[in-house]
Design a protein around this ligand. Structure first.
Ligand code: ADP
Ligand code: MG
Length: 360
């Protein structure tokens, strides 16, 4: 039996580092993703996995444990491991992956891979709901691969839909679809080609700062703090970190309202506020990212902000069509002229969420 599954990458439109604070985010699935094709052979005790993006095949034992498989295939091994304990009968077989999500660009090639693999491996069991699959993928990434990420990426990939952004509430894991009608406006993903170096350590430090802030405020998570509670924190840096999270949660809710009334100028203003907050309060941007966002706005975008965990990656900009043309034509040379890698500008639209393509 061959099962093919597809899962998209994502961009987060607004709401950064809010997921692990039980807060809100507003991502969308992309129209690029990962295909996972699984041939169950029945015989044997391992899954042999290969990827069009990587040399060679890797053996993932069905009884794999964290540490057994390292490198890119650890994302697959993590899924196999995290599925254990769920009502899934995993057969041996071969798994082939192919992806058109750029790796390490902040568009979540890792979640696209995990979600496609999980759907392919569980398609015939059929018992797991989307949010449960998202949690399993997160466990694979956190506890097997060792990357401490929130649930945003996997929820976006599994729940995405065409022409739709997703208002996610990480406390309840409720998914509220918000229509994203671009009309004559354009969403641009601008890859900075600045890889997120040291991102894992910095990510951990931001998480710890948020935990410290919540503890000092006497709440379980920053979701339970009042909008201006950050003022009560003693340490100046912790105060800025908390202020980012608290103001970002508010911006996400306002941004969802702006989309519902198709007010792209208001949405853009919130993107710009978010970018400033990530730069000044949460300190997760880098100079190339800041320059790309500023340049996109100078060329007429309603708004532009870094998307993803930070320290590099991609900027997302919302622009009227004529400004989008100027950005495509002028932004790469301007940014390169300042000594940064030449960015690429791609138009993106909200795409379909993860699904099984063929089940034969
Ligand atoms: P992002 O999710 O932003 O693209 P991550 O660092 O979280 O960046 O995940 C990228 C890693 O995921 C790669 O280094 C690789 O190990 C793995 N990966 C993603 N897509 C593929 C693929 N198609 N084939 C093999 N490995 C992949
Ligand atoms: Mg990732």
């Amino acid at each position: 039996m061959t099962v093919r599954a597809y899962a998209p990458g994502r961009v987060n439109l607004i709401g950064e580092h809010t997921d692990y604070n039980d807060g809100f985010a507003l991502p969308m699935a992309l129209q690029v993703g990962t295909d996972a094709e699984f041939d169950a052979t029945g015989a044997g005790s391992a899954i042999i996995v290969s990827s069009a993006q990587e040399e060679g095949a890797v053996t993932v034992p069905l009884d794999t444990m964290p540490g057994d498989v390292t490198g890119w295939a650890s994302y697959v091994a993590g899924c196999v491991w995290a599925l254990r304990g769920h009502d899934v009968d995993l057969p041996a077989g071969t798994l082939r992956l192919r992806s058109d999500v750029p790796v390490g660009a902040g568009l979540s090639s890792s979640a696209a891979l995990e979600c496609a693999v999980l759907l392919a491996l569980t398609a015939s069991s059929g018992a797991l709901d989307r949010t449960e699959l998202a949690r399993i993928a997160q466990r694979a990434e956190n506890d097997y691969v060792g990357a401490p990420t929130g649930l945003l990426d996997q929820m976006s990939s599994l729940h995405g839909a065409e022409d739709t952004a997703l208002l996610l509430d990480f406390r309840t894991l409720a998914v509220d679809p918000v229509p994203l009608r671009l009309g004559d406006d354009v969403l641009l993903a601008i890859d900075s080609y600045t890889p997120h170096q040291h991102a894992a350590g910095e990510y951990r430090r931001r998480r710890e700062a948020c935990e410290r802030a919540a503890a000092e405020l006497g709440v379980d998570s920053l979701r339970d703090a009042a909008d201006d509670d950050w003022k009560r924190l003693a340490d100046a840096e912790t105060r800025r970190r908390a202020r980012h999270v608290l103001t970002e949660n508010r911006r996400v809710l306002d941004a969802a309202d702006a989309l519902r009334s198709a007010d792209h100028a208001a949405f853009g203003a919130l993107m710009n506020d978010s970018q400033a907050s990530m730069r000044d309060d949460f300190a997760i941007t880098v100079p190339a990212i800041d320059l790309i966002a500023e340049t996109a706005v100078a060329l007429g975008a309603y708004g532009a902000r870094m998307t993803g965990g930070g320290f590099g990656g991609t900027v997302i900009a919302l622009a009227p069509a004529d400004a989008a043309r100027s950005i495509v034509e002028e932004l790469p040379a301007r940014v390169a002229g300042a000594g940064h890698p030449t960015p690429t500008v791609t138009s993106v639209r909200p795409g379909r969420g993860a699904h099984v393509i063929v089940d034969v």
